[in-house]
Design a protein around this ligand. Structure first.
Ligand code: CP3
Length: 349
């Protein structure tokens, strides 16, 4: 594929380095349980993974929040754990419990995974992307995504969510060769998956490293920066012109090394990143995205307005995409999202 012409969609212009006023916006987890129409579709789909693998329903739930709020970008409806599922690990989502996987804790467990059926297994996700690329409004950008290898590995090794990642870190430090093989397998599969999303219509990529903040600096360098850099380099060489946004959540001051050493076009900030620091250290190097506390969207009212304005004042002067610091939570009143959308659209920086 050759380089594309300069982007016209606001979200892509911001990633290409333009400062826009008002800034483009979308919200992580903008499709989901806070919307009654999502819950209705979800109830007809069977399991959560059945919904992810149903192109008609997955594209419908992707479009639902666009109809309400006019976001500048749509993100493919899927989950980061479809990759382990496609590698042959047993993955299930239990109501109120989150994901449950048969853990990978040894070289023997790892040898039972198999990447040869990846694209066949993920074909419905590619079909969702192709459907969306025809269905979204002409001014809306289409985002593809994957979990970063480190974050996906934590779910694969723990077998569920975790507070301390003890099993994953134990494998990382006591069986470094096995852990390195798992990370290599994930990095290759994730790159293959993202390239195929681009070929089906994704115009930008976001890589979610939700648990990046759990690693000390040397391991952060190896297992967060390293795999992300290789994904960025691969996309840049095989599909030039498609921007990549990284989200090394809770990386603190390591956000700076992440930006300079991975070469991402954009970085998504968690709500703990100080705005003035981000404006000084990160914004000159790439587009920043973020970082409203998702619970402010639950609280609403004047606190929400003040939280929005505080971010706009500091980050709105540079290359910026408004978003949350993490995903929308299910108890968010949809009217509060409407209030946010209205305030952003009316902002004059
Ligand atoms: O709108 C969007 O942002 C696109 C869809 C999307 C989902 N998950 C849908 C989903 C995206 C981008 C994700 C990413 C994801 N999934 C991450 C990284 C981002 C983050 O939030 O940190 C992670 C860590 C996961 C893993 C995951 N998926 C967990 C831990 C859970 C259970 C917690 C929960 O909220 O229920 C999920 C389930 C999930 N993924 C739901 C949705 C809408 C809820 C399940 C349901 O509707 O029944």
């Amino acid at each position: 594929m050759t380089d594309r012409s300069p982007p016209t969609k606001r979200f892509l212009r911001a990633l290409a380095g333009e400062t826009l006023s008002p800034p483009p916006f979308w919200l992580m987890r903008q499709a989901g349980r806070y919307l009654p129409e999502y819950r209705e579709t979800r109830a007809t789909a069977g399991s959560f993974l059945d919904l992810c693998y149903n192109p008609a329903l997955a594209s419908e739930v992707t479009l639902q929040p666009l109809r309400r709020y006019g976001f500048d970008a749509a993100i493919l409806f899927s989950d980061i754990l479809v990759v382990p599922d496609a590698l042959g690990q047993t993955v299930a989502f239990r109501e109120g419990e989150g994901p449950v996987l048969t853990p990978i804790r040894s070289a023997g467990d790892l040898s039972r995974l198999d990447a040869s059926g990846l694209h066949q297994h993920l074909a419905p996700v590619y079909a969702t992307m192709a459907t969306l690329s025809k269905a979204i409004p002409a001014t809306t950008a289409l985002i593809g995504f994957a979990g970063a290898p480190w974050t996906v590995a934590t779910y694969m090794v723990e077998g569920s969510g975790s507070k301390d990642f003890a099993q994953t870190k134990k494998l990382m430090w006591s069986e470094p060769e096995t852990f390195a093989r798992l990370m290599q397998m994930l990095t290759t599969a994730t790159g293959d998956y993202l390239i195929r999303q681009i070929d089906n219509g994704a115009e930008a990529i976001q890589i979610f490293d939700t648990w990046a903040g759990a690693l000390p600096e040397d391991q952060f360098e190896r297992w967060v920066i390293g795999p992300t850099r290789s994904l960025v380099e691969r996309i840049r060489s095989e599909r030039p012109g498609v921007p990549v946004v990284g989200f090394p959540r809770q990386a603190g001051i390591l956000y700076e090394r992440f930006v300079t050493e991975t070469g991402v076009d954009g970085v998504s900030l968690d709500s703990g990143v100080p705005l003035a620091w981000a404006a000084e250290k990160l914004q000159p190097r790439c587009t920043v995205q973020g970082n409203l506390d998702p619970i402010l969207l639950v609280a609403g009212g004047e606190a929400l307005d003040a939280g929005i304005d505080r971010i706009l004042k500091v980050l709105g002067k540079g290359r910026f995409i408004f978003n949350l610091g993490h995903g929308i939570v299910p108890q968010t009143p949809p009217e509060h999202v409407a209030r946010l959308a209205e305030r952003l659209k009316g902002w004059k920086g």
